[in-house]
Design a binder for this molecule. Structure first.
Ligand SMILES: NC(=O)c1ccc[n+]([C@@H]2O[C@H](COP(=O)([O-])OP(=O)(O)OC[C@H]3O[C@@H](n4cnc5c(N)ncnc54)[C@H](O)[C@@H]3O)[C@@H](O)[C@H]2O)c1
Length: 393
């Protein structure tokens, strides 16, 4: 069978736009042509396009006129407008995490700690509603780029659940490292919150996904979040924090440590830690405690390869693993970090949906439940950890 041809555009040309482009190059089931990219940073956008031999578009509408799908790789505050513009033009939109959020009231002195979190929850859910309506009115579709869903370890767990009918009793997981590279990340107004949304969304979405898989496999219906209890802290902004230069600590108004405990509609639980205060490289994992099996999904690090390097400089030109502070000594060196993180599998699957109509695993509903749970968690944290009901989609 001839491969279907799909024309693609990328919106935003920073960090995630780079790994999206890499993953596009690995797609084998669809004939993908990257037409060009658009960003508000004209100089940066032109450099990105020149390096990759694609066209730069100053206007999003012009890019939309020439493609079948766009990748929304902008900071979270721009996800809704870019995604809705794509859906309105009847395009598929692959949108980075988190789907959307609340980005303040636009005032210059907006501060993430000085507004009622119910306001954020209401606004985030209103944004979710607008996105759902846009998708329903469109010939296109939203494909939610949560790579954890497509990480090989999570997909293997999906197979176990589907084939054994296992019941998940508790999932716990974590995404952590020593701080994001992004300047925008320091501000609630650009990212819609701190580490609880920025990092917490990854393990949370993977856990919510697996509970959906479990419910469908056994009973033909989803198991969804019911209520959430959460705590957030700003450890690096404590007057007592002692900066030794290993942990990023220039955040303006966001949380850098969080814990969410979710009760599901079947009474089982998900517990997620997310933080920016952990040394030793990226620390991303999910453990599934089932009634018939237990699984530890090591997203990163894992022991696919381990290296010992006696002299730091020997590895000066060698990529070891994300966010590692030193290359000396033992390391869980990643021979193909993108693969274990799920990026190529995610893009392969999305383009199978676009070209051949295959049902995606990571959808608007899953993204919406994630947003609803996390903003309810911010309300809970404000109330000292009281349980807050979660609206589901
Ligand atoms: N899945 C993952 O592992 C992963 C990793 C990093 C980032 N992300 C997500 O990717 C998104 C982007 O993060 P990043 O690290 O690439 O940020 P970045 O700052 O490196 O790049 C953002 C890009 O978007 C552009 N931009 C900003 N506003 C825009 C607008 N209104 N219209 C068009 N372009 C605009 C910027 O000019 C820049 O080119 C975020 O949602 C983030 O959460 C996901």
């Amino acid at each position: 069978m001839a491969k279907k041809h799909v024309r693609t555009g990328i919106v935003g040309t920073g960090f995630s736009a780079s790994f999206h482009f890499e993953a596009l190059g690995k797609i084998y089931g669809t004939d993908v042509e990257v037409i060009g990219a658009h960003t508000i940073d004209v100089e940066g956008g032109k450099a990105y396009c020149e390096k990759r031999g694609i066209r730069f578009f100053e206007k999003l509408e012009d890019l939309l006129g020439e493609v079948d799908v766009i990748h929304c790789c902008t900071p979270p505050y721009a996800h809704e407008p870019v995604t809705i513009a794509g859906l309105k033009a009847d395009k598929y939109v692959i949108c980075e995490k988190p789907l959307t959020g609340y980005f303040g009231d636009g005032s210059e002195d907006f501060h993430g700690e000085r507004f009622p979190k119910q306001q954020a929850l209401d606004a985030a859910l209103a944004s979710v509603d607008r996105l759902i309506a846009a998708e329903q009115a469109s010939k296109g579709r939203l494909l939610y780029a949560e790579n954890w869903v497509y990480a090989p370890a999570i997909q293997k767990e999906r197979e176990i659940l589907e084939k054994t009918g296992g019941q998940i009793l508790w999932i716990h997981g974590e995404e952590a490292h020593s701080g994001s590279h992004s300047v925008d990340y320091a501000y609630w107004s650009r990212c819609g919150g701190g580490v609880m949304i920025g990092k917490g969304c990854h393990p949370l979405t993977a856990a919510l996904y697996l509970k959906r898989v479990e419910g469908f496999a056994r009973d033909g219906k989803t198991i969804q979040p019911k209520s959430v209890t959460a705590r957030c802290h700003a450890v690096t902004r404590l007057p007592s924090f002692r900066d030794e230069g290993h942990i990023r600590c220039d955040y303006y108004d966001i949380d850098d440590f969080s814990m969410m405990h979710v009760e599901m509609t079947d009474g089982t639980m998900i517990t997620v830690f997310a933080s920016d205060i952990v040394l030793g490289g990226i620390h991303n994992w999910l453990e599934i405690c089932g009634n018939n099996h237990r699984a530890v999904c090591n997203i990163n690090p894992n022991t696919l390869m381990q290296t010992y390097n006696p002299v730091e400089e020997n590895f000066a030109d060698i990529y070891v693993v994300e966010k590692i502070g030193t290359k000396q000594g033992w390391a869980c060196t990643a021979p193909d970090e993108d693969l274990i993180t799920g990026y190529p599998a995610e893009m392969e699957a999305f383009y199978r949906t676009i070209a051949y109509g295959e049902e995606p695993q990571s959808t608007m509903g899953l993204a919406a439940d994630t947003i609803s749970t996390i903003y309810s968690a911010y309300v809970s944290a404000e109330r000292g950890g009281a349980a807050v009901d979660v609206k589901t989609y």
